[in-house]
Design a protein around this ligand. Structure first.
Ligand SMILES: *Cc1c(COP(=O)(O)O)cnc(C)c1O
Length: 431
């Protein structure tokens, strides 16, 4: 036993509860090597403390307000993570009937569920009405009409909010920007008042609120402030028209540190947003937000094993056992994830430059380009910031079973999803 150091080892950038301790990469107090040996790779590992710390920043920022944090569960919909967030006070933002059932299976209170998405089916609407969800975030006039019809047919009144598109540039990747004209999401700012008038006149609907969501991986406060101003302008205009707006939902989208990104902390962002809200006289309103990535993204890592090294003239490839079916963000958005070895490299260890790629038969199957790593086959690597839009987007492409998931809490660990059995991949098929 060595004397305990004065300070705990510093966390890795973008991974608040991940650090090297005596040369071993740890999540909280658990060495990742131990978990990889016990459960195999690829393996997702989440820090409970990191998730709760991310949530606490929002809770501090919104303290004293009438506010509901609805976790956008598409970021990571694993039941144990939903349960953790529900127990910590979160509601849920869902985008499908499947997510509704998942949230209920995790013990979510139906009244704290809001339903977003541009393509809700009648069947999904009916089920959401039957269980009594908190609000439908409606994204088109046509959807208002259908929802009213469905609600009337089952003798209910649907609480609605209209997702308005404030035409604000979130300055993020085009595939994750949603608040500009030309996006498929929401109702244009200019048409919002007319849509509210229509909603107010439909017998199956009750206007409850207004919402917006301008994009994802937003790293500056300015787009939020701009969107808030535009939404508040609308609230004023809608209320002048005699339609009260009970709650205002500002969506999600706050970014995380993938590669030196420096988004505002959630509490600092909300201090600025609430100051604007107060200055405009809306401070007493019921508020909702829909964060996804910023609650779970930096709380997860994916451990993978190096299978082969393939040095080449132009490019050298480090072939690992995780792939685009496990970690789709690089293929989908050319996204960057830090990749670090589980065994801390010795000072001055000779690193080479590798493209870290998976076994899937696609050139788009890469996890990182041009990474300096001192690696040998059999070594294990951790792909950082893999808590959001990774497992929830995982597929079975190339007939690859999905990875297992472990939740770490201090020095205790729990398998929250077993590795998918191979036979399950064709269980529903017939020859
Ligand atoms: C995806 C989504 C969110 C969450 O976005 P993050 O960037 O993960 O915070 C919130 N609201 C809606 C409507 C979404 O589609």
């Amino acid at each position: 036993m060595t004397a305990s150091p004065a300070l705990p080892p510093p966390p890795l950038p973008g991974a608040p509860f991940v650090s090297y301790h005596d040369g071993q990469l740890m999540v909280e107090d658990v060495p990742l090597q131990t978990l990889a040996e016990r459960h195999g790779t690829p393996l997702f590992i989440y820090s409970k403390a990191a998730i709760l710390a991310a949530l606490a920043a929002y809770q501090r920022g919104l303290a004293g307000r009438d506010a509901l944090i609805c976790y956008a569960m598409k970021a990571n919909s694993t039941l144990a993570i939903l349960k953790l967030l529900a127990d910590a006070g979160c509601g849920f933002d869902i985008v499908s009937g499947g997510e509704l059932e998942r949230a209920l299976a995790a013990g979510a209170a139906p009244g704290r569920i809001i339903f977003s998405g541009i393509g809700k089916t009648r069947q999904e609407m009916r089920r959401a009405l039957d269980v009594g969800i908190g609000c439908f975030n409606v994204e088109s006039v046509a959807e208002l009409d259908v929802l009213s019809e469905v609600a009337q047919a089952c003798g209910r009144v649907a609480p609605v909010s209209i997702r308005v598109n404030p035409n604000v540039d979130a300055k993020t990747h085009p595939y994750i920007s949603t608040g500009l004209k030309g996006n498929k999401f929401g109702i244009a700012h200019e048409q919002a008042l007319a849509a509210y008038q229509r909603a107010a006149g439909l017998p199956g609907l009750r206007v409850a609120g207004i919402d917006c969501h301008i994009g994802s991986q937003i790293t500056a406060p300015a787009p939020y402030l701009e969107a808030m101003d535009r939404v508040l302008d609308l609230v004023a205009a809608i209320e002048v028209a005699g339609i009260p707006i009970h709650h205002i939902d500002f969506g999600g989208g706050l970014g995380i540190d993938y590669n030196g990104d420096a988004p505002p902390a959630a509490d600092a962002l909300w201090a600025a947003l609430l100051a604007r809200l107060d200055a405009r006289g809306f401070g007493g309103r019921a508020l909702m937000i829909e964060p996804g990535r910023s609650l779970v993204g930096n709380a997860g890592v994916c451990v993978t094993e190096v299978l082969y090294l393939k040095p080449g003239e132009q490019k050298s490839f480090c072939i690992v056992d995780a792939a685009m079916n496990d970690l789709p963000r690089p293929a989908l958005y050319q996204a960057f994830h830090r990749i670090v070895p589980l065994a801390e490299p010795a000072a001055g260890a000779a690193a080479a430059t590798w493209d870290v790629v998976g076994p899937v038969c696609e050139s788009g199957d890469w996890l990182g380009h041009d990474r300096a790593l001192a690696v040998r086959p059999g070594d294990r690597l951790a792909v950082l910031s893999a808590g959001a839009y990774s497992m929830s987007m995982a597929s079975n492409y190339n007939t690859r079973p999905r990875a297992a998931e472990v939740l770490v809490d201090g020095n205790s660990t729990r398998v929250v999803r077993r590795r998918e059995p191979m036979q399950d991949l064709w269980r529903l098929e017939s020859i």
